[in-house]
Ligand binder design. Structure first.
Ligand SMILES: *[C@@H]1O[C@H](CO)[C@@H](O)[C@H](O)[C@H]1NC(C)=O
Length: 383
């Protein structure tokens, strides 16, 4: 009897602190992941792999870094040199004949990389993957969601995936899916995308409070800043991208669209962009990107001129233009020591943001974003 009572007490006192923290908001509102399943710590790489991909609702708790780097050995294969800048350009693995098909004039070479980076962990439906304190992470391998739903990935580091090589691996890849909350994670030293969707539609999905740390030795732009940050190119993506910290990146922050016939609506708000020697938002063909309440601090090109639609208000007259579509004014962005805007005034963007997940967002003033995001984004701030 005494031991039963002790057991019950332990569970009720412990459980709330290890389930996902906070409430998913924006597009991912209502996501529950593994729900109230008892949190379990995987005892091995194999157990983590199995638990992420099986058909059971789970809360998987990571209390250390699971290092897959050399778990599958190395591969030596064809590669090319698409970037000729210096110092330290990334090289590209000739995955699916990419070098041959898209970089025919690039010099050829041979490289050796870790296979584990190119074989992401499958994440099935009804999972919460949660880090403990600042300790939880996955190294040398990323995560892939394909047509699954109801997933929370919170408070983990994903790092060191063949960082020297494009096509060496993505951190989080989603090809079709819904009700996905990617929150309070930290990404650094990734070969290709830190996060990417395509080509299946990714709906009801929020990327929030993440640190995209672009500080790297190798880069496609040879300035020690990672280019391949966020790419949203699914066929009908509905995404909230909020309260993230993009630091020392050089591109794709985020890149949305780019495939004729597809469309994406992405709400980019209250993000803190710092030291971006390159571009932040890139609205490609098919995209509508609403950019509000962000703080751009030392960003060379806050928004690229591309063929998608983007609304990025900076004045009181512009914020008022949101009222008819959103039922509220937008919140102005702030640009400090940043490049001037050559686009971002397309009010035709706004009819893509009439859903309550967008209209109802509580967007703080850009002046509060720097201190809020620095204090709250990334691992170690929750749980
Ligand atoms: C996820 O959980 C829901 C609710 O319990 C269930 O209906 C659904 O079948 C689960 N999905 C999978 C793929 O197991």
């Amino acid at each position: 009897m005494i031991s039963q009572l002790a057991f019950l007490f332990t569970i009720s006192a412990f459980a709330p602190s290890v389930l996902a923290v906070g409430t998913p908001f924006g597009q991912a509102a209502g996501t529950t992941g593994g729900g109230s399943a008892t949190p379990q710590v995987p005892s091995s790489l194999a157990e983590l792999t199995s638990w992420l991909s099986d058909g059971t609702a789970r809360v998987i708790l990571l209390d250390k870094v699971y290092d897959f780097t050399s778990a599958e050995g190395t591969v030596t294969g064809a590669a090319c040199k698409p970037w000729t800048c210096s110092p330290n350009p990334q090289l590209a693995i000739d995955a699916n004949s990419w070098c041959t098909n898209y970089q025919p004039s690039a010099a050829k070479t041979t490289v050796t990389y870790y296979k584990a980076g190119t074989t992401p962990l499958k994440v099935a439906s009804n999972k919460t993957l949660l880090g403990k304190g600042s300790a939880g992470g996955i190294r040398g391998k990323g995560l892939k969601i394909t047509g699954a739903s109801n997933i929370i990935i919170q408070n983990i580091k994903i790092t060191d995936i063949n960082a020297q090589f494009v096509w060496g691996g993505d951190a989080i890849q989603i090809d079709g899916g819904s009700r996905i909350w990617i929150d309070h994670n930290t990404f650094q030293h990734i070969g290709r995308q830190m996060v990417v969707t395509g080509y299946g539609a990714v709906t009801a999905t929020t990327f929030s409070n993440n640190v995209f740390n672009g500080d790297s030795t190798y880069s496609a732009t040879c300035n020690g800043q990672h280019y391949w940050v966020a790419l949203f190119t699914g066929a009908g993506d509905q995404i909230t991208f909020a309260l993230n910290y993009l630091y020392k990146t050089s591109g794709r922050g985020p890149h949305v669209g780019g495939t004729s016939g597809y469309y994406q609506n992405v709400h980019v708000y209250n993000n803190y962009f710092v030291s971006v020697s390159g571009h932040a938002v890139d609205p490609g063909v098919g995209s509508k990107v609403l950019v509000e309440g962000n703080y751009f601090n030392t960003v060379t090109t806050p928004v690229l001129s591309d063929s998608g639609q983007v609304f990025l208000p900076t004045t009181s007259a512009q914020v008022a233009q949101c009222a008819s579509a959103l039922g509220r004014n937008c919140v102005a962005n702030t640009l400090l020591s940043s490049g001037s805007l050559s686009s971002g005034t397309d009010t035709g963007t706004l009819n893509g943001f009439t859903a309550s997940a967008y209209k109802g967002a509580s967007v703080m003033a850009a002046s509060s974003v720097g201190s809020y995001v620095q204090a709250n984004a990334g691992v170690g701030k929750v749980n």
